[in-house]
Write a protein that binds this ligand. Structure first.
Ligand code: HEM
Length: 423
């Protein structure tokens, strides 16, 4: 180009650089940068992938973007079946920058055998639980589910008393009342024929959970509001999201929902504190927790002593519990009813066992002794969970290089995700 001839001895650059830069045209620069980025993207993928089964190349820059938008069971299953360890580059985030859209992919290693899944779950030195990015915003970064190491273990200890045999027995009465009401309603609405049932199971699980957590400190109207609001939280917990919370976006609605749900839990906790402070008997999980705290302060607790938890901590904990009960439990329940509809022989055995544990009196209130005698029912539930695990993938993030097998080291920051047990 003409500029190359304009080099003078006073020019600051070496003649070669001068000529090189002077010859550049903007398109060459743009295309070269693009090419370097594309090649680097593939090289980086190959470095992480090593010899794992998985796509030979990753889709440039956006990885499995379209799969992430609409993940399918069969998509994951094909990875799962491709070997004990396999990989996928999952698109999970985009930043809206004034000049461009910045995308981020997360390299995910899938472990599909029982042994590898157990190894990952039992390696807290190497991995920590990993939630979708929206999770922290929706549940709040201070929620106990994001604690790691000793802080997590200590918090978890404070919850043990809520699940002892004695404590579970306290919750049965409220749970049975919710079920009795639901059974009557289901009989009524299905009088004219079959109807889709999954959403009815979710409703009953939300109601049972809220009565278990808050007992009578919560009204039927509040249960309906929480059920409606919590659905907004569930739909916003997606794999792909933008990092800023735009007003009226799914994440924004979910945050508003969390605020309202937590406010109601905090109000219930205050009512429970006042009742337990008067020395009354616990009738729900909140009562049981607060009673344990009061007893620990006085040194009169039955089990190990626990620390004080604030109303905000109590609310955040029940917020996390509610996720499991309205999501995983509803999935399990839906499959359970479908399997029982398909297998009348199994259904009949369950029915006979339920009649037997009640000594033939179907109006007899259920207690823990009866629950413990329901062996066949328990086996059936376990079989449903084995055949259709509601939590298919339990994602963990490597805190440091993690030698997950003798010939594959998961790099720091990469997600080793155990994918269901193999059967
Ligand atoms: C069929 C129903 C359920 C299934 C399949 C299920 C499955 C799971 C799985 C796979 C994990 C992760 C374990 C890990 O990372 O080591 C988990 C964690 C957890 N689940 Fe569930 N869950 C169910 C119901 C529930 C319910 C009803 C509650 C609350 C009342 C609950 C509370 C929790 C809690 C608190 C954790 C975290 C434990 C911790 O980090 O220490 N789950 N669940």
């Amino acid at each position: 180009m003409a500029n190359a001839t304009q080099y003078t001895a006073s020019s600051p650059w070496h003649p070669f650089l001068w000529r090189f830069t002077a010859d550049l045209n903007p398109w060459t620069v743009i295309l070269t940068i693009l090419l370097v980025v594309l090649v680097w993207d593939q090289v980086r993928y190959q470095i992480k992938k090593q010899n794992l089964p998985g796509p030979r190349l990753t889709f440039p820059l956006i990885g499995a973007f379209f799969d992430s938008l609409n993940p399918t069971f069969n998509g994951y299953l094909s990875k799962w079946e491709s070997g004990p360890l396999s990989c996928v580059s999952v698109f999970h985030k985009y930043h809206l920058h004034p000049l461009r859209v910045i995308t981020r992919c997360r390299f995910v290693v899938l472990a599909s055998t029982n042994e590898l899944s157990r190894k990952i779950l039992n390696s807290p030195h190497f991995v920590e639980p990993c939630v979708v990015d929206a999770g922290r915003k929706i549940l709040k970064p201070t929620n106990w589910v994001f604690l790691d190491g000793k802080a997590h273990v200590d918090y978890r200890k404070g919850l043990n008393g809520l699940f002892t045999r004695k404590a579970l027995g306290i919750y049965l009465h409220q749970q049975e009342q919710v079920y009795d009401k639901a059974f009557k309603k289901w009989l009524e609405i299905s009088k004219d024929g079959a109807l889709p049932f999954a959403t009815h199971f979710r409703d009953v699980n939300v109601a049972t959970s809220l009565r278990t957590f808050c007992g009578s400190y919560i009204t039927d109207e509040a249960i309906d509001r929480i059920s409606e609001n919590y659905w907004k939280i569930t739909v916003a917990l997606e794999l792909v999201n933008i990092p800023i919370v735009l007003p009226y976006s799914k994440v924004w609605y979910a945050i508003q929902a969390r605020k309202e749900v937590c406010k109601r839990f905090e109000q219930a906790a205050q009512l429970s504190r006042s009742k337990m402070g008067k020395g009354e008997e616990p009738s729900c999980m909140m009562d049981r927790w607060i009673k344990d705290m009061i007893a620990s302060q006085k040194g009169t607790q039955e089990g190990p002593s626990i620390r004080d938890f604030s109303d905000e901590e109590i609310a955040g904990t029940f917020l996390s519990f509610l996720f499991a009960s309205q999501d995983a439990t509803s999935s399990a329940m839906t499959w359970m009813f479908q399997y029982l509809a398909d297998r009348p022989d199994v259904f009949e055995k369950i029915r006979q066992e339920q009649i037997a544990v009640r000594d033939g009196d179907l109006s007899k209130p259920v207690d823990m002794d009866m629950v413990e005698k329901m062996n066949y029912t328990r086996w059936m539930v376990k079989e449903v969970l084995r055949l259709r695990p509601p939590v298919l993938m339990v994602p963990y993030k490597a805190k440091k290089a993690f030698p997950v097998t003798s010939d594959y080291i998961v790099s720091k920051g990469i997600c080793p995700s155990s994918f269901g047990p193999k059967f």
